[in-house]
Design a protein around this ligand. Structure first.
Ligand code: C5P
Length: 235
């Protein structure tokens, strides 16, 4: 069983999500539940993934005042998710509040603490778009800056593009978890992603986990594509 491929359940309802988990479960252990599915189906979808014996990456990218993000982190820990994420651009206090709250809640509930990952720069963003937001650093510098802040705030790792994985790995060491979306197997449609990589190059660059959505969930045969990606990862 490959534990490094995360499939993004970017679908509109519980039934479709459950069906995908059933199809993919023999090859995939971690499923990502994002804002579309969680808004539509809530915690019942997290439960459905558990009932299939799999783990959840709750990808709600919390970004709010520290108090609110801490309370959201408590709920994520109480649900027993394997990992969840926050936006590093929410700042150090917000990230520390999330990590502390997740730790306390998991210890009270006697569950393993969820991994807390920080989103640096969304993989759909490019430099012109960053400039539009008033961020004048190069993408690489902005990603590195946010990743260092996240590490110093106690986060377990970051979500970043494969391009960035290599220098984050080098600068922040082997213990810092790197999760990489924006993955396209050879010949696949890029969609709205900008900074993409193949499964193999992402792993080579130092990613611990790769996240794949549309290439798998929109395929005629999702399991075949997942297995091909595992092969490309060298697993
Ligand atoms: O369909 P695709 O493979 O592009 O899906 C990538 C998934 O990873 C989406 O669910 C998206 O929300 C998520 N993601 C991302 N870039 C980030 C963080 C998460 O694409 N920086």
């Amino acid at each position: 069983m490959n534990k490094r491929l995360i499939v993004a359940l970017d679908v509109p309802d519980l039934k479709t999500a459950k069906n995908l988990v059933k199809i993919l479960r023999s090859s995939v252990e971690i499923f990502k539940i994002g804002s579309q599915l969680f808004t539509a189906s809530g915690p019942s979808v997290v439960e459905a993934v558990y009932n299939a014996g799999a783990k959840v990456f709750l990808d709600l990218k919390f970004h709010d005042i520290p108090h609110t993000v801490a309370n959201a982190a408590i709920e994520a820990a109480n649900m027993g998710v394997f990992m969840f994420n926050i936006h590093a651009s929410g700042g150090t206090k917000m990230m520390q509040a999330a990590v502390d709250a997740a730790r306390k809640a998991a210890s009270i509930a006697a569950k393993p603490r969820p991994l807390v990952l920080a989103v640096t720069v969304l993989t759909s963003m490019d430099e012109p778009e960053l400039r539009q937001l008033g961020i004048l650093r190069k993408t690489e510098e902005q990603v590195m800056h946010l990743a260092s802040l996240a590490r110093d705030a106690g986060c377990d790792g970051v979500v970043c593009s494969a391009e960035e994985a290599a220098y984050i790995r080098k600068a922040l060491g082997d213990d810092f978890i790197i999760v990489t979306p924006g993955i396209r197997p050879k010949g696949a449609d890029i969609g709205d992603q900008r900074r993409i990589a193949t499964p193999h190059s992402a792993i080579e660059a130092g990613a611990d986990y790769i996240v794949v959505g549309r290439p798998i969930i929109e395929a005629q045969d999702p399991l075949a594509v997942a297995n091909k990606i595992l092969e490309e990862m060298g697993m």
